[in-house]
Design a protein around this ligand. Sequence first.
Ligand code: 6PG
Length: 247
Amino acid sequence: MISGDVKIFPNAIELAQEAASKVAAVMRAGIQATGSASLVLSGGNTPRAVYELLASDEWRGRVDWPKLHLFWGDERAVPPNAPDSNYRMANESLIRKIPIPAANVHRIPGERPPQEAALLYQAEIRRVMQLRDRELPRFTLVLLGLGEDGHIASLFPNSAALQERVRLVTENYIERLRASRITLTMPVINSALSVLVLVSGKEKAGILRAVMDTDVPEYPANMVRPTAGSTTWMVDADAASLIQQPR
Ligand code: 6PG
């Protein structure tokens, strides 16, 4: 069973608009409260439309970008210009169109060997978030997508990284993909002030129903339970087609 509010939208466009609006509002509130805010971006297809909206002429002014720090929830073991780099997707759809200082963009160095990339990225999070030993970062907002197998970030079902309790970031070898990923760990996700999960498309209908079921074993997606934060699931009608629609 997942935790948090589930909001269903008629289509992917309305989902993206609401998600962009939520991101902008949470960033504004964070900046107002503490002078800066941190946004953890996700990879995958669903957030691209959200990033494009946030970067559009109409929306760009709604966030005080220089006060924001950008991070990533996960990355593939590829250089930043690779077609499947999560950094590249965010850069093309958002970062290069907004006035954010390069020093505020904290990408995962996917071009380095995965273990080293994880250590470097962890050190960067510690530095920027000014963490003491064993302290967990409290990101203002973590964006996530839902994989068809129930994964979030690069925390795949039954993978070793799911058990990690100490490190903030870890490499995760995924047998099925025959590839390593670098990912935030579950304790980090669950220390966020807010989490927003975006789920779009009919190919997600089955897994969304499964992770919402109370009787199924745990999926990474239903381990998202921020200890002192909130979770919102934004879902389009296609993805929600197998769960009950609210009236
Ligand atoms: C990635 C992601 C991953 C993604 C889900 C959903 O790098 O692929 O971080 O966790 O969010 O697989 O992806 P879609 O949005 O493409 O469905």
